[in-house]
Design a protein around this ligand. Structure first.
Ligand SMILES: Nc1ncnc2c1ncn2[C@@H]1O[C@H](COP(=O)(O)OP(=O)(O)OP(=O)(O)O)[C@@H](O)[C@H]1O
Ligand SMILES: [Mg+2]
Length: 297
């Protein structure tokens, strides 16, 4: 049995079946990249693993333990939360808490968890305090890992996009997930910042860290992955080693996808407008809103 075992996951939104029976296995320490064109279900699959979306059907196991089984029905919040903690998720848009500095961003969830679990296990207030103190050292070590220990007291607004994303990666690692998932971690970044984030993700590769990465960065996927899944229209169209997927694609859909992504740059495929430009537009929109708020109040 593989370390991560995904069996026959289905998910519909209204009439549209977005995941149509996804099954795969991943060994501990392996890196899986998921590629495919827009709307194919990549984000929905990642969110299903993390149970931010509850699949309609299927089973997910980590290390032989069931973390999701659609036939179980509704679970209590705390059971669901513990099961979710098998996975860490790094989003495209960083999602740091803007009101907290870097250190607090890293320690907040871990501290709450420490208190809750400590109390449930009948630990004394002293013991819990000691454990919480140790989180500071863990946060510092993770910031060293992503090369940002000198920004420990900075606020997200004072960091570049690449630095924010590296903080988000360190934050996800704080909770020691079994599997770390990334959803297009660099597509909101300028090209010169993409490299530094990909370098950090690459440096996390070890026998202990299992990763699932949705990405449009084909060269990166080829370099870092042990396995690659090509998704199209809610199914795994093809799965294999990077060499099998990129050098010897079997299905016409994958061949077509790779040709297009080579010729155009994948971001331009669907809209004629690059994802980074979209991100800039969204950011400008937010700035606008903030300005308006200033005027209103
Ligand atoms: N919460 C939702 N409610 C309704 N439909 C949704 C929802 N989330 C996703 N979808 C639909 O599911 C389909 C797959 O979306 P998904 O975001 O998983 O694609 P993707 O492969 O990640 O695409 P992209 O490369 O653009 O990020 C799309 O048709 C989308 O409109
Ligand atoms: Mg997506």
């Amino acid at each position: 049995m593989a370390f991560l075992q995904v069996e026959d996951i289905h998910k519909s939104f209204g009439q549209e079946e977005v995941l149509k029976g996804i099954s795969f296995g991943l060994e501990k320490g392996e890196v899986l990249s998921i590629i495919g064109s827009s709307g194919g279900g990549k984000t929905t699959l990642l969110r299903s693993l993390n149970q931010l979306i509850i699949p309609d059907k299927g089973i997910i196991k980590v290390n032989d333990e069931i973390v999701f089984d659609a036939s179980e029905g509704k679970l209590s919040e705390s059971v669901l939360r513990d099961r979710r903690l098998h996975f860490g998720l790094v989003f495209q848009q960083f999602n740091l808490f803007p009101q907290y500095n870097v250190k607090r961003n890293l320690t907040l969830a871990a501290e709450l968890l420490c208190k809750e679990r400590g109390k449930a296990a009948g630990k004394s207030a002293e013991e819990i305090k000691k454990e919480i103190k140790q989180l500071d050292a863990k946060a510092y070590a993770l910031l060293v890992k992503v090369g940002l220990e000198n920004k420990i007291t900075a606020y997200p607004g004072e960091l570049s996009g690449g630095q924010q994303q590296r903080v988000a990666i360190a934050r996800a690692l704080m909770l020691s997930p079994d599997i770390l998932c990334f959803d297009e971690p660099t597509s909101a970044l300028d090209p010169e910042l993409t490299g530094e984030v990909l370098k950090v993700i690459g440096s996390l590769k070890s026998s202990e860290s299992t990763m699932v990465i949705v990405t449009h960065e084909m060269e990166f996927a080829r370099k870092v992955s042990d396995k690659v899944i090509f998704m199209a229209d809610g199914v795994i169209e093809e799965m294999g080693t990077p060499a099998e997927i990129f050098d010897d694609p079997k299905s016409a859909k994958l061949q077509n996808f790779l040709n297009k992504s080579q010729n155009l740059g994948i971001d331009d495929m669907e809209s004629g407008f690059n994802a980074r430009e979209w991100a800039k537009v969204a950011q400008d929109g937010e700035e606008c809103l903030k300005d308006n708020e200033l005027i209103r109040f």
